[in-house]
Design a protein around this ligand. Sequence first.
Ligand SMILES: [Zn+2]
Length: 284
Amino acid sequence: MKQILFGFLIICFVFLVACNNETETTSQGKSESAESDGTAVKEEKEEKDENGDSDQSGIEETPTVEPQYMVSDNWSLVPMKEGVNENVVLLTIDDAPDKYAVEMAKTLKELDANAIFFVNGHFLVTPEQEEMLQEIHDLGFSIGNHTFNHVTLPDVSEEEQKEEIVSLNDRIEEIIGERPVFFRAPHGANTDYSIEVAEEEGMTVMNWSYGYDYFKPYMDAEKLAHAMVTGEGPEVDISYSLLKPGANLLMHDREWTLEALPDIVNGLREKGYEMLDPNLIQNH
Ligand SMILES: [Zn+2]
């Protein structure tokens, strides 16, 4: 009898321990699921918030910005009405995105300076190059059309001119989801027809006021910065200053230009110039 009772007690003990374990397991399970539920709710909420934000920024991105500057006949930027700061310069970077454009964009972003990057289609072939363009665009810079193959437009047929311009807009749209609103012909060489095509594409055509980074004596950061900030290039026979309110400044995707950027931007600011936001330029 004692043995039976002992056996019964052991069974009860085992049962209790088992029940207890089960409860623990269950409560652990519950608390885990409660935690994960909590996280899920939080994530869902964050997602909603993100959606909310993106909706809002979508509204902000709608082009409600009123144009304040127009491109003049000599390619400088002039205020369209009184009260608009005329002491601005427009920074432009051509032949991108080759080797230094992304670094240039990051540098300009750090300096809080705006610019247009004029790109070529032959630099937009590989996935890495596509990413470079996307990154420049994501940093907030305007992407301009500089023809697909950097051809001298007057040297090719009208059919080719159109192809050079339109196919690059298609390519850019494929990558960043937007078509350019600015066009600059290689070497500044347009034809009546290329201007017509660019305008049909809804782009504003512009050459530039001055630039020095493609002249041998200025392929040096210090010399280049000095030339860009003074507007003078005595070593290429420009002994007077081309820096004027609204000047359209030409630079390229080059190592010495990247290195000179902070001095160029800071030097121009010290002279009282603001780097113009391309979004304020009246579009064709
Ligand atoms: Zn070029």
